[in-house]
Write a protein that binds this ligand. Structure first.
Ligand code: HEM
Length: 149
């Protein structure tokens, strides 16, 4: 995130405009490292789902009784870390784009910067995030809920 902040905070729009003229038509979307991380996510998700099926346990059971399922709970939270860090980097990068070339500009590849919005809306493991809302609402005494355990 540091690279993104450095550019956003220390290069003026005019200076960046000059830099851009020599950047050719490259695109961050072609970054091998970035695409490797993108490819990993569904494979991690599938491996996790297969593991839960083999252990005959649900995500909900892991979280409700997390002390008994501490290893699986830790693994699930590592997946959430992966999703979170990726999401935060994309949001940071989007803020950089908004501050440098603007959100209505086109990229060096002629793509609208709006393509980045789709990425920001993407979560790798939505079921692990949705469960938080479900358990919170179920256990929220404020809504007549009962403590989980
Ligand atoms: C002022 C600096 C920057 C601007 C204006 C900018 C702009 C953009 C734009 C418009 C896109 C989407 C369309 C396309 O790829 O052609 C994009 C994608 C991307 N850029 Fe940048 N970028 C900047 C700096 C960086 C830096 C410093 C990095 C890496 C450290 C980076 C990595 C990426 C990646 C990985 C993508 C694909 C993102 C995704 O698919 O969600 N960019 N960038």
């Amino acid at each position: 995130m540091l690279q993104v902040d450095l550019i956003a905070r220390h290069i003026s729009i005019v200076e960046y405009g000059k830099i851009r003229t020599v950047l050719g038509q490259g695109s961050g979307m072609e970054s091998p490292g970035f695409n490797r991380l993108l490819e990993m996510a569904p494979r991690l998700g599938e491996a996790f789902t297969n593991l839960l099926q083999r252990q005959n346990i649900t995500i909900r059971e892991i979280y409700v009784d997390y002390e008994k399922n501490i290893e699986l709970h830790t693994l699930a939270e590592c997946l959430v870390d992966y999703d979170d860090l990726f999401h935060k980097w994309r949001a940071h990068h989007m803020a950089l784009v908004a501050r440098t070339i603007g959100t209505e500009a086109n990229s060096l590849k002629g793509l609208s910067t709006q393509v980045l919005q789709k990425g920001i809306k993407t979560r790798f493991f939505p079921e692990l995030l949705e469960l938080r809302s479900t358990l919170t609402n179920e256990s929220s005494v404020a809504y007549g809920g009962q403590p989980l355990s």
